[in-house]
Design a protein around this ligand. Structure first.
Ligand SMILES: [Zn+2]
Length: 53
């Protein structure tokens, strides 16, 4: 089974910097795994594409 958590670097579009965060892995309708987290600095939602499930 795929991990349901992803810990690593996310790019924050608001800070314009990479942020280390722990997020939840979800699979969208196209079968692409995405990690969703929240920027620890500004609270913006962060998304990272992980690839095909
Ligand atoms: Zn941020």
């Amino acid at each position: 089974m795929a991990d349901t958590k992803y810990e690593g670097e996310y790019y924050c579009v608001k800070c314009k910097e990479k942020r280390h965060a722990v997020g939840t892995v979800v699979v969208n309708a196209k079968g692409t795994r995405m990690a969703k987290a929240v920027c620890p600095e500004c609270g913006t939602n962060l998304n990272r594409i992980l690839g095909k499930a």
